[in-house]
Each structure stands twice: as C-alpha cells, then as structure tokens.
Write a protein that binds this ligand. Structure first.
Ligand SMILES: Cc1cc2nc3c(=O)[nH]c(=O)nc-3n(C[C@H](O)[C@H](O)[C@H](O)COP(=O)(O)OP(=O)(O)OC[C@H]3O[C@@H](n4cnc5c(N)ncnc54)[C@H](O)[C@@H]3O)c2cc1C
Ligand code: FES
Length: 357
C-alpha cells in the first residue's frame, strides 16, 4: 500500500474514531451540522415577563428526548469562553423529534441567565447535553398530584402538569405557584386557560410581594386532598424548607419529591482550620487554600474548569485529585486517597491538595 493511501486511510479512520475534530470542521460550514456533538438552535424567543425569556430550542439529530421534570445542560459562548448551566425543559415530555422549551429567569448578577435574557435571538446555536435527573413523574401516576413551585422553579413542574394533561390524566391535580406578583408569572395566561378547561386542575397562585406578602404556610394545603398524592416541589431554599417542614409534620415526607436549582454552601466551614495550598497541576498554578470549594478557588485563580449545576448533580466538574485530603460539603466526608475522581463544585481542600486542572 502506498504511503499516500495509508496516510489517507489513517486520516479517515482517525476522523471516524475521533468525532470531535470532525465537528470542529463541520461547525465552520454550519454549526447545526454535527457528527457527534449535540447542539440546539434557538428558533423562538419570547420575553415572557420583565425577568424571564422563553426559548424554543431545536436540537440536532442526536437528541433523545426528555422525561417531564428532568434538566438539560446548556452551554453558551460568552466573550470567547464556554459557560454551562442547567435548565429544566418546561414543555411536556417528548422524544427525539420534539423541540425544547426553556424559560430562563435573569438574575440581577447572573452571568449566563442575564446573557441569554439580553442576547438570545433566533439562529443562536447553543451546546446541549442529553436530559438527566430523577425528579420525574412516576411511571404510573397515582390518584392525585400536587405541584408546588416558586419563581423559576415552575419549569420542571409545569412540564409534569403539561405531560399529565397531554396524557388525559383523570386524577386530581393541584398546582400551587409562588411568584413576586401576577406580572412575574411567565405562564399566567396558559395556567388560567388550563384551569378553565380541566375541572380536575386546581390552580393556586400566591404573590410574595406587595401590600400583603403571601408566603407558603401549611394552610395553603389544608383543604387539598393529599391522600395518595405525590407532591413535587421546586423553588427557592426558603420555600423548599417551609414545604419540607410542613410535609414532615403532616406525615407526607415519603411522598415529597424535590428539585433545587441552587445549593447553599457555607462559604467556609468554621469547624475546619483553613490551611495549606491548592495546586492546579495542569495549569502550573498554586494558590493559598481559602477554604471555599475547589471550583470557586480555581475560578478566582483565573482558571475555567468545566462546570454545570455547581451543586454536585451533573458531574461535569469531575477531575482527578492527585494528592491531599478533601471534604465533600454535601456529606461532610473526608477523602485522603490519591488519584481519586472528585467533583470540584462540592469539595473543599483540607490542607495541601493537588488537582488535575
Ligand atoms: C437542575 C437544575 C435545573 C434548573 N432549571 C432552571 C430553569 O428551568 N430556569 C432557570 O431560570 N434556572 C434554572 N436553573 C438555574 C440555572 O442553572 C442557573 O443557576 C441560573 O440561571 C443562574 O445562572 P447565572 O449564570 O445567571 O448566575 P451565576 O453567574 O452562576 O450566579 C450569579 C448569582 O446568582 C445566584 N444564583 C444563581 N442561581 C440562582 C437561583 N436559581 N436563585 C437565586 N439565586 C441564584 C448565585 O448564587 C450568584 O450569587 C436550574 C438549575 C439546576 C441545578
Ligand atoms: S458542576 Fe455539576 S457536579 Fe459540579
């Protein structure tokens, strides 16, 4: 075989086995033409409230669909750097043929949410990961379902509600949503329409700002028939804590399913002395350990390791710890073994640590 042919075959083989370089070439022609990468084109943009944007995304052929309540990781390139965040599709469960609907709440100092709110437009192409997460409807929903959400947490439970409606579910559905005001409910009109059309849907909107702030109390569920009901909860920490407490005292804890969008990690654990250095071996950077998560410390050092949920669920920040002891802030567990995969977003160094970043 001539050297030329074998080198050509080598290139073809390499292209077949290492799809990412192929995608790098294809994206120069058309970013939606991909060999392996999953991406999505923004085909619809609606600014649904002063702080929310609803995007319709059309995924590339690799998309496998989502179950109601799951989340996707979306990445956007901002100033030349790719940033990943999780969003829960709000549309009913769908398969590989379906578009996705994301409703994104812009946080005042939120980097990605603010960027998408300000700049998303049809034609924008975003990176996408397959749907994940086990905050989902049971395969056989029981006799009743209660949905409780606050603010941006409406998306996964709306997906569940829309799915049950699409499946002609006959059980009782109670949809309790907390927003700052009526103008802050991105799906206000659709919820009203659904409640008008479906007598088995009990819609309860509570507004937490204004003259009479109406935050969750157990009284909001007092007349809801919770016997055999699954309860699905997603919202800010204060709402989740209050509902959890209520469910525990009402004996409903085993039927409560929850999803949080943020994790409150104490900046530094007061019981752990903050000592040592944190070395990022691939980047040749070493910093004094300040006790925060390794992800936060890496970013403060000017590094950009991949991340997504920042709360230990998506595993996109997993890296190899070469040496040293780390503490998992979710479980409190210490890990002193070398060459371990750890999640940067939920681990803090305890003394000297070296990590492959
Ligand atoms: C499983 C999952 C599903 C999610 N689904 C959605 C969704 O459907 N719609 C949606 O709008 N968001 C959703 N989020 C939140 C989203 O991933 C981002 O965290 C959020 O958009 C903020 O990102 P940012 O880059 O704008 O803010 P960052 O720049 O990362 O953070 C800026 C500041 O905002 C604070 N902050 C970040 N997120 C929140 C929050 N949710 N509430 C209050 N303060 C916050 C941070 O603590 C920080 O101080 C989801 C998160 C997870 C983990
Ligand atoms: S960023 Fe998702 S697990 Fe760390």
């Amino acid at each position: 075989m001539s050297t030329k042919i074998s080198s050509l075959m080598g290139s073809v083989l390499q292209a077949a086995l290492t799809p990412h370089p192929v995608d790098r070439y294809l994206e120069l022609v058309d970013p939606m033409l991909t060999w392996r990468d999953l991406r999505a084109e923004v085909v619809g943009v609606r600014r649904t409230t002063d702080r929310t944007v609803t995007l319709t995304l059309r995924p590339t052929r690799q998309w496998k669909g989502h179950k109601a309540g799951q989340y996707v990781q979306v990445s956007a390139v901002i100033d030349g750097v790719r940033h990943k965040r999780c969003f829960s599709p709000a549309n009913a469960a769908g398969d590989h043929r379906d578009d996705l609907e994301l409703t994104i709440t812009a946080h005042d100092d939120g980097f990605v949410s603010r960027h998408l709110f300000d700049h998303a437009e049809p034609g924008m192409v975003l990176g996408l990961d397959q749907a994940a997460g086990d905050f989902t409807l049971p395969a056989n929903p029981g006799r009743a379902a209660v949905f409780i959400s606050g603010g941006s947490g409406i998306t996964p439970v709306l997906s569940m509600l829309r799915t049950l409606v699409a499946r002609n579910y006959r059980g009782a559905m109670t949809f309790v949503h907390y927003a700052r005001s009526e103008a802050d409910v991105a799906y206000f009109q659709e919820l009203q329409n659904l409640a008008a059309l479906h007598p088995n849907l009990d819609l309860r909107l509570h507004y937490t700002r204004g003259v009479a702030p109406d935050h969750f109390t157990g009284a909001h569920l007092a007349d809801v028939d919770t016997d055999d009901a699954d309860i699905f909860l997603c919202g800010p920490a204060s709402l989740m804590d209050a509902v959890r407490e209520h469910c525990e005292s009402a004996g409903l804890a085993d039927r409560l399913h929850t999803e949080a969008f943020t994790l409150t990690i104490p900046a530094v654990d007061p019981n752990q002395p903050v000592t040592g250095t944190l070395g990022f071996t691939d980047s040749n950077v070493t910093v004094e350990n300040d006790g925060r998560t390794i992800l936060d410390q890496a970013e403060s050092a000017g590094l950009s390791p991949e991340s997504g949920c920042r709360m230990g669920i998506c595993f996109s920040c997993t890296k190899v710890k070469k040496s040293g002891c780390t503490r998992n802030v979710l479980t409190g567990e210490l890990d002193s073994e070398a060459d371990q995969h750890i999640q940067l977003c939920v681990n803090t160094p305890v003394g000297d640590v070296e990590i492959e970043v």
